[in-house]
Write a protein that binds this ligand. Structure first.
Ligand SMILES: Cc1cc2nc3c(=O)[nH]c(=O)nc-3n(C[C@H](O)[C@H](O)[C@H](O)COP(=O)(O)OP(=O)(O)OC[C@H]3O[C@@H](n4cnc5c(N)ncnc54)[C@H](O)[C@@H]3O)c2cc1C
Length: 391
């Protein structure tokens, strides 16, 4: 590890451990050899490549921060960020699926599950044998998640869960769903609880695949819960802790969405830089027109700044610093908003070719937008940041 830098906001190290480069190389090779050849097909057909997802598990990418005793890679958030960035450069959708599986489904069970739950679920989830989904959002409640309609009621030695979840990553293909349901009155604190529901449980209804603007290789669907019964042993943590747990899970998840935005933005920037050096107009390369050179200069600067924020948040997550919530929201908010701008500029630099599917930037442009919405919109990040700085 390199020297820690002290700032008013705490300290963090800019020099990344050797393991980061190692995982970067592994992921780059996987992304180039396996993902790259099928990216266009996955985007056009909106297919979630289950076989490649399982392969990612074999490479250790489906339980990056989970200790080896549960089958994980036993690494930290620097390595997690690096892996998601590399995947995002090649296919945002696949990177989103890997991020949702790691941060949300696996993360929730790892951080809050019982010893028995961890032993039963994590080895299968981290190896890719099982695919995970995490279900908080509902048709009527997204940002306002604590007001959810889905309820879990005590019945026998278990719980009867009824409701519908919306926009769930792996809503159809998942083997294991972490579902957050209301167990108390609306608008009260401690009013929800998390449960693990296995595929095939009566009443669990995988819904219709959504037809999306971007991130099309990542599967998104609604999930019905028609009087699903689960034993109390499927409850994660204490009754009433579900919302609090979900917010902690999102704290880490937002770092991965920041990394995802960075990966997509970097892909768009690299494509635009190379194009601007090759394409000639008015007898000189685009790069020699100052308007284009300045656009690329700004893109390089914005990527560097976003990288600092994302790795700073990763540092805080690794070291358990109290300001993690502030920094994960800042990283997600800045990287995703700046990512949208960078991808827009990349399309502009490509001109008409930027609008055509034979060139990579139109897909980056479609994919990146999700980053300002999923795991808390930009407006919600502003709310979190405002609350944190007023503390
Ligand atoms: C591809 C994809 C994958 C997803 N995967 C998952 C998943 O795996 N699991 C899961 O649980 N969810 C998932 N989601 C859901 C996602 O987290 C929500 O879409 C997101 O949190 C926003 O909720 P909403 O769509 O209901 O928008 P709303 O909450 O209805 O927001 C609409 C607009 O109002 C703004 N707004 C809302 N409240 C406020 C406020 N208080 N102040 C200012 N502005 C506000 C929002 O910022 C937004 O601009 C996914 C979504 C997508 C598109």
């Amino acid at each position: 590890m390199g020297n820690a830098i002290a700032t008013e906001a705490g300290s963090f190290s800019l020099e990344l451990p050797e393991s980061v480069r190692h995982i970067q190389e592994i992921v780059r090779e996987f992304a180039q050899q396996k993902l790259s050849p099928v990216v266009r097909e996955l985007d056009e057909t909106q297919r979630f490549p289950v076989e490649l997802f399982r392969e990612a598990g074999q490479l250790g990418l489906l339980g990056i921060f989970v200790p080896q005793e549960y089958g994980g890679a036993g690494l930290g958030y620097y390595e997690y960020v690096a892996a998601i960035m590399e995947l995002g450069k090649v296919d945002g959708g696949f990177a989103l699926s890997v991020a949702a599986h790691n941060s949300l489904a696996v993360g929730h069970i790892y951080y809050f599950g019982s010893q028995e739950q961890k032993q039963k679920y994590l080895p299968r989830l981290t190896s890719g044998e099982w695919i995970g989904a995490w279900a908080l959002t509902e048709p009527n409640t997204g940002s306002d998640a604590s007001n959810m309609d889905t309820i879990a009621v005590r019945e026998g030695d278990g719980w009867r869960i009824t409701g519908q979840k919306n926009f769930i990553t792996h809503g159809i293909s998942a083997d294991v769903y972490v579902v957050i349901a209301r167990t108390g009155e609306r608008r009260t604190s401690r009013n929800s609880t998390a449960f693990i529901i296995e595929k095939g449980t009566p009443g669990l209804i995988p819904g219709k695949k959504e037809d999306k603007l971007g991130m099309r290789s990542s599967e998104t669907s609604w999930v019905g819960l028609d009087r699903v019964w689960v034993p109390d042993s499927q409850r994660i943590g204490e009754v009433g802790e579900g919302f609090h747990q979900a917010m902690k899970v999102l704290e880490g998840g937002r770092i991965s969405i920041g990394a995802l935005a960075l990966g997509i933005a970097r892909g768009a920037y690299e494509a635009a830089l190379s194009y601007a050096q090759q394409r000639t107009q008015f007898n000189k390369p685009l790069m020699e027109h100052q308007a284009i050179a300045f656009k690329l200069a700004d893109m390089a600067l914005e990527i560097a700044a976003a990288e600092m924020l994302v790795f700073q948040a990763a540092y805080k997550k690794n070291t358990g610093e109290e300001t993690i919530n502030l920094y994960s929201s800042m990283a997600k908010y800045y990287a995703s908003e700046i990512g949208v701008k960078i991808c827009n500029d990349a399309v502009q630099i490509f001109g008409g070719y930027g609008y055509i599917k034979d060139y990579p930037v139109e897909k980056y442009y479609r994919d990146i937008k999700l980053c300002t919405i999923g795991e808390g919109t930009s407006e919600i990040q502003q709310l979190v940041i405002a609350r944190e700085i007023l503390k």
